[in-house]
Design a protein around this ligand. Sequence first.
Ligand code: KG4
Ligand code: ZN
Length: 332
Amino acid sequence: MTYILAIESSCDETAAAVIKKTATSAKIISSVVASQIAIHQKYGGVVPEVAARAHATNIIPVIDEALLKAKINLKKIDKLAVTVGPGLLTSLLVGLQTAQAISLVLNKPLIGVNHLAGHLLAPLNNKSQKFITAHLPAVALIASGGHTEIILLKKIGQYKKLGTTRDDAAGECFDKIAKLLKLPYPGGPQIAKRAALGRDVITDVPRPMLNRLGYEFSFSGLKTWALYYVRDHGLPRGQKLNDFCASIEQAIVDVLVGKTLKAAEQYKVKSIIVGGGVAANGRLRRQLTSQAKIPVLISPLELCGDNAAMIGLVAALDGRSEKLVADPNLSL
Ligand code: KG4
Ligand code: ZN
């Protein structure tokens, strides 16, 4: 049995978690996330310099809280794990340097983890090795504020990128359209909240790339479509805003679900895995689950957004380390 202390600071959440690894499973003992949403809301998005300063302030208290909640002393930690990329360079550096310092003082190994591998494996949390093996190969959809990727997961650590976005990520699209609608940051949950009260009656919202071959995405056109809609019809309010949000959300979900199902069919996989901030979207969760003919493993809500538990899970399930250098553009 080994205890892993994981640290994540790639964007605007400072997070730490403790994972207990046994021969057959990896269990989350504690997971603490200090969100910076309130700080960045007044700017309408993440300001890198501000994010790094907040990480520096929060990181030690967050680690302390994760240890306290796990009821474990720092000296009992066997291994450390930290996100090395992709993300904001100055944010990554805070987590990496803290992890390196702790690793040095404790004289315990440090594993560098790819943030995207975290989103990819989060849906496998607390599952046994036997369960995981039975569900691979899988097609994985990672949809977050910075990434939209379809990945073929042959086995843990063996990833093949099937497609990614040519421009904006799905979450970024939610965020930018929400900003246009004068809704607060982050836009995804705001749009989802209104969409739940509306109907997707605007039928001419484009579904970019849906009927193209391959697994590439493009969401920037949707933002432009929304811009022209608002220019021509004015800012939607009340029920019209709810309907507008439902229509936009349905278009994004159609593209994500359509491409994911196509990939699952082409590669004849045993399951579909879904992670990343946008995986919190109820419409996406419901529609993918109801349309797929194979099991769909979706991140529990608390592991959709950025967190350190998913980073610890990668360290426990894979165990190999990325280079211990902060890399804003690290890919899977
Ligand atoms: O994974 P994440 O926390 O951070 C990144 O690595 O980017 O993802 C954040 C993104 C934001 O764009 C946010 O608007 C979106 O996930 N998001 C949602 C929902 N909750 C968060 N998008 C759609 N529906 C939601 N319920
Ligand atoms: Zn993320």
